[in-house]
Write a protein of this length. Structure first.
Length: 279
């Protein structure tokens, strides 16, 4: 009998093709002087940092400081927001993506996105994964079925749903829905995963399952995650970027190795935030 409940022992993930994370820092994404504006309002200004290949980078800071705008710029989802303008430079493996020549569909295949709340399509479990494959031109049905099974195994859902792939995805629990959304990104075999508070809408047990999954994805994928949970950032991240609002504009205050930023922050504002004095 299938159950919609997540538990610490209710799922089995497949053996991920792990790589050694961050042994030799190598920029997968290089961001320089990035600014984001909505109409006449600048929400993010002058951000420069490097996202290292195979590492997990956490973005922390209070609400409204530009973390989600920064994240959505990395695969140009902000293009879908009327009146949004992005300036500066984002290099993906040395290639500029902020140009009209960029194939945005291919870019979003290389850089997947997982949102704050689980957002499966109101379709079957199978169709949730098959639809993006068809949209990206995968015509061979056997290949699509292989990719669907592998993605579900990677997120620990295969054993839970393999006998009901044609059941509605909305019938899954919240934690299962979020893992399905992660599988929907993985099915395209991206290089980078962007995650916007993927655990914030989940109960503690489901959140722990997803957090464990994120840890396992590091190394195989480059992961950039927005989180308000400082303990979570400290547990899972290799690097951490701290954002803050100054003069009503989001700015990057400090960026570095996670342990260094939490144990010996350089900026006094960073120290105040992680110690609960500001925020």
């Amino acid at each position: 009998m299938n159950t919609p409940l997540d538990s610490a022992t209710s799922y089995t993930v497949s053996e991920l093709r792990q790589q050694a994370a961050c042994c030799v820092p190598q920029a997968h994404l290089a961001i320089h002087n990035l600014s984001v504006r909505y109409g006449h309002k600048t929400v993010l200004s002058g951000v420069s940092l490097a996202i290292q290949r195979g590492c997990i980078t956490a973005l922390i800071g209070p609400s409204g400081c530009g973390k989600t705008s920064f994240l959505s710029s990395l695969n140009r989802l902000v293009d879908m927001v009327p009146g949004c303008a992005v300036s500066g430079s984002i290099l993906l493996d040395g290639e500029e993506i902020l140009t009209p020549k960029t194939d945005v569909l291919m870019l979003r295949r290389r850089i997947g996105m997982i949102f704050q709340r689980p957002n499966p399509f109101p379709l079957s479990i199978r169709r949730n994964l098959d639809m993006p494959l068809q949209e990206h031109g995968f015509k061979d049905k056997a290949d699509r079925e292989r990719r669907i099974e592998q993605a579900l195994r990677d997120v620990g859902l295969w054993q839970e749903v393999s006998d009901r792939l044609d059941a509605p995805a909305l019938g899954l629990s919240g934690g299962q829905q979020q893992r399905l959304c992660i599988a929907r990104a993985l099915v395209l075999e991206p290089e980078i995963l962007l995650m916007d508070e993927p655990c914030s809408a989940l109960d503690p047990i489901s959140s722990g399952v997803v957090e464990d999954l994120i840890l396992r994805l590091g190394g195989r994928y480059t992961v950039v995650i927005v989180t308000h949970n400082l303990a979570q950032a400290r547990r899972i991240a290799n690097y951490t970027a701290f954002f803050w609002t100054q003069n009503h504009v989001g700015q990057l205050i400090e960026f570095g190795a996670c342990e260094q930023l939490f144990e010996a922050p350089v900026d006094a504002l960073t120290a105040a935030y992680i110690n609960g004095i500001r925020g």
